[in-house]
Design a protein around this ligand. Structure first.
Ligand SMILES: Cc1ncc(COP(=O)(O)O)c(C=O)c1O
Length: 435
C-alpha cells in the first residue's frame, strides 16, 4: 500500500468526513510553488493553500522569523503580557492600508474571526443591529460569518438557525447580471440598488455595516466594475453605515496591489485581512478608522490566541518580502501572463465562458454553452481531478462550482507556470475538445 493510500485510510478512520479536500494529496514538503507528495510526486501549486502562501511555501525569510521568535517566546497572550511584534505589525498595517487618516488594528487568528470583530465594532459604534452582505459572498464558517456567507451547499445546509439581522442584496456579477443589464449602459445599477434595498428589506438607520469582498473569492472571483465601490461607499456615508471591505482572500499582493480595494480607489472604514498575512500561520487583522476601532469598551475585543507573536513575526517578514523584495511588481507581471494565457484558452475552448479578476487573482468560468451560460459544474470537477492526476493542483469556486481560480504563490517561476498551463490545457482538451 502506498503511503498516500495508507494515510487516506487513517484519515477516513480518524477524521470526520465534513472537512473536504480539493485533491487526495498528502504532502511531505512544500517550497515556493511546488508541493511534494508523501510518495515523492511533485505538484505545481495553483491553489496556494487557498490564497495563503502568496510569498511561497516555506519562504526562507518567513521561516527564519518564525524560528527566531519561537526560540524567544511562543505565547504570552496579548491580554496578559504585551509584546512588540503585535504593536509593530499593527503600526505597519495602519500605515499600509489605504488612506492616511488615523487607523488602529486589532489582531485575531482566522478570517472569520476578523469579520466577526469587524461586525462587532460596527454594531457597537453605530448602535445598530443590521448587516448587509452580498449574493455570492463568503465570509467564513462561524455562526455569524456562515450567516453572512451566501452559498448554501455545502456551507450552510443543516447548520441553522442562523444569526439574526443579516440581509443579502444582489451583487455586481456582470457575467450573470442579477438585474439583466449590461455594463456600462447599466450605470452600475447594482450599487445604486442599495438605496432601494433600504425600502423593501432593512432601514438604513438600522444598518450598522455593509460588508463586501473586493473580488468575491469563494463566490467565483466575481469582480465588480470600476465605479462600484465608490457608489456603494457614497450611499453608506450618506446613511452613517460602516463599509467593511473583507480582504481576507484578496490582500497581500494577491491582485498585484497590497490591497485589492486599491484598484477601486476607495478608502474603506474597516478592512479585514488574514490568509497570506502571516505566510501560512493563523493570523488575521481588523484595521479601521481609529475613532471607530476605539468605540468598544476595554475587554470587549480579543481572544487567547489573537495576534500570536510567532504569527506576527511571520507577517512582518511577509510584508518585507512583498514590499522589499519586489514581489508586488512580480505579481503584476504574473497577472498579465496568466490573463494572456486565459484569453488565448478562451478563444480555443468553447467551455470557457468568462475570464475575470485582477492581477494574478484570475478565474475562468466554465459553461456548457456560451449562449445560455449553463454552469459546467461536473466538467469543472473532472478538470480539477484530471489536473491533479497530471501534477497540477487547482481549486474551483463559485455558487455552481464551475469557476477555476488562480491563487498560486507569487514566486512561481515562468517554467513552473508554463508547466502548470500545459497541464491545464491538456485537461481542458480532454473534457471539452478545442474548436
Ligand atoms: C473573503 C473571505 N472572508 C473570510 C474568510 C474566512 O477565513 P477563515 O477560513 O480563515 O476563517 C475567507 C476564507 O476563505 C474569505 O475568503
Amino acid at each position: 500500500m502506498s503511503r498516500q493510500a495508507e494515510y487516506q485510510a487513517l484519515r477516513d478512520r480518524h477524521v470526520p468526513k465534513g472537512p473536504s479536500h480539493a485533491t487526495p494529496a498528502f504532502i511531505k514538503e512544500a517550497h515556493g510553488a511546488v508541493m511534494i507528495e508523501v510518495d515523492g510526486r511533485e505538484l505545481i501549486d495553483f491553489a496556494g493553500g487557498i490564497g495563503v502562501v502568496n510569498v511561497g511555501h516555506s519562504h526562507p525569510k518567513v521561516v527564519a522569523a518564525i524560528q527566531d521568535q519561537a526560540a524567544k517566546y511562543i505565547h504570552t497572550c496579548f491580554h496578559v503580557a504585551m509584546y512588540e511584534p503585535y504593536v509593530d505589525l499593527a503600526a505597519k498595517l495602519n500605515e499600509l492600508t489605504p488612506g492616511d487618516h488615523h487607523k488602529k488594528t486589532m489582531l485575531a487568528s482566522s478570517g472569520a474571526e476578523a469579520v466577526e470583530n469587524a461586525v462587532k465594532i460596527a454594531r457597537y459604534a453605530t448602535n445598530r443591529p443590521a448587516v448587509i452582505a452580498l449574493d455570492n459572498a463568503f465570509h467564513g464558517r462561524t455562526l455569524l460569518t456562515m450567516t453572512l456567507t451566501s452559498k448554501v451547499k455545502p456551507y450552510k445546509l443543516g447548520f441553522g438557525p442562523f444569526a439574526p439581522e443579516v440581509y443579502r442584496m444582489p451583487n455586481a456579477y456582470c457575467y450573470r447580471c442579477p438585474f439583466g443589464l449590461k455594463y456600462p449602459s447599466c450605470d452600475v445599477a447594482c450599487a445604486d440598488y442599495l438605496e432601494e434595498f433600504f425600502i423593501g428589506n432593512v432601514a438604513a438607520e438600522q444598518t450598522a455595516a455593509v460588508i463586501a469582498e473586493p473580488i468575491q473569492g469563494e463566490g467565483g472571483f466575481v469582480t465588480p466594475p470600476p465605479e462600484y465601490f465608490a457608489k456603494l461607499q457614497a450611499i453608506c456615508r450618506k446613511h452613517g453605515i460602516v463599509l467593511v471591505i473583507d480582504e481576507v482572500q484578496t490582500a497581500m499582493g494577491r491582485t498585484g496591489k497590497l490591497y485589492a480595494i486599491e484598484h477601486w480607489g476607495i478608502t474603506p472604514d474597516i478592512i479585514t485581512t488574514a490568509k497570506s498575512l502571516a505566510g501560512g500561520l493563523p493570523l488575521s487583522a481588523v484595521t479601521g478608522r481609529a475613532e471607530l476601532m476605539d468605540k468598544p469598551h476595554v475587554g470587549g475585543l480579543g481572544g487567547t490566541f489573537g495576534g500570536n507573536p510567532v504569527a506576527c513575526r511571520a507577517a512582518l517578514a511577509v510584508l518585507e518580502v512583498l514590499l522589499g523584495d519586489g514581489l508586488l511588481a512580480r505579481a503584476e507581471a504574473l497577472g498579465q501572463k496568466i490573463r494572456a494565457r486565459f484569453d488565448a484558452l478562451q478563444k480555443r475552448f468553447e467551455i470557457i465562458g468568462d475570464v475575470r479578476g485582477k492581477g494574478p487573482m484570475l478565474a475562468i468560468e466554465l459553461v456548457r454553452d456560451r449562449e445560455k451560460k449553463t454552469p459546467a459544474g461536473e466538467e469543472t470537477k473532472k478538470l480539477v481531478k484530471l489536473c491533479y492526476e497530471k501534477g497540477l493542483v487547482l481549486i474551483a469556486c463559485g455558487n455552481y462550482g464551475n469557476v477555476i481560480r488562480t491563487l498560486m504563490p507569487l514566486v512561481i517561476t515562468d517554467e513552473q507556470l508554463d508547466r502548470g498551463f500545459a497541464i491545464l490545457e491538456a485537461a481542458l482538451q480532454e473534457i471539452s475538445p478545442a474548436r
